[in-house]
Design a protein around this ligand. Structure first.
Ligand SMILES: C[S@@+](CC[C@H](N)C(=O)[O-])C[C@H]1O[C@@H](n2cnc3c(N)ncnc32)[C@H](O)[C@@H]1O
Length: 206
């Protein structure tokens, strides 16, 4: 687990020895199930730690830079797939609740197994489409989405109830406006790896 630990140390993200053990189990589960149920094509240890685990945890930096508290909150990972970014965040941010929403049955079975094996007490898996979810959340997380406007359309009913949507984007700047919503962009650069992520925080205007 040296690569994740090294990157977290360089970038001021604290992870404990116990967290590292959980990431170890998670990585092995991903390697075992990844190809079989098509959740990731990335299967080398370093790549999983960099491109899935560390990348997911970068969200913590983005929230910090946006001035948003992540502790004691209700997060929803929309289209969680193999658990990103929800599972890595739930391992580290233990005092927040994470709901992983994923409509594909096999992926949900995998996520349930991850929750069980990692003994994650702050995570629930809902095998459903986000359109059918009507809970209250503080934050919605979306990674690997093409278009922010479609993401807003899909989660409109939850944004109307006060949730803030956080989208993990690549290097490309989003310069459009979304009528009726505030959009704030946060850039996170990482030390020790050539990674630049833009995050969008989207909130309904009152
Ligand atoms: C591109 S994958 C991203 C997976 C993961 N978040 C990641 O970053 O690796 C998108 C995921 O969204 C799920 N999905 C598609 N439509 C959805 C919907 N309406 N509600 C919730 N999830 C959906 C898919 O099954 C898929 O697992």
């Amino acid at each position: 687990m040296s690569r994740l630990r090294e990157l977290c140390q360089l970038n001021g993200i604290e992870i404990s020895d116990e967290d590292v053990k959980k990431f170890d189990i998670y990585r092995e589960l991903l390697k075992k199930w990844g190809r079989r149920i098509n959740i990731t094509s990335i299967l080398s240890d370093d790549e999983i730690e960099e491109k899935h685990f560390f990348d997911s945890l970068l969200g913590m930096k983005a929230f910090e830079l946006a001035g948003l508290q992540i502790h004691g909150k209700r997060f929803c990972d929309v289209g969680s797939g193999g658990g990103f970014p929800g599972v890595p965040l739930s391992i580290v941010v233990k005092d927040s609740q994470f709901t992983l929403v994923e409509p594909r049955k096999k992926r949900c079975v995998f996520l349930e197994e991850v929750v069980r094996r990692l003994k994650l007490k702050n995570v629930e898996v809902l095998c459903s489409r986000i359109e059918d979810i009507n809970h209250e959340f503080d934050f919605l997380l979306m990674r690997a989405v093409e278009d922010p406007k479609s993401a807003v359309k899909l989660t409109k009913h939850l944004l109307e109830r006060g949730a803030i949507l956080c989208i993990y984007r690549g290097k490309e700047k989003f310069s459009e406006e979304i009528p009726g919503y505030y959009v704030k962009e946060i850039i996170v650069e990482s030390k020790g790896i050539n990674f630049l992520r833009r995050f969008l925080f989207i909130k309904k205007q009152s």
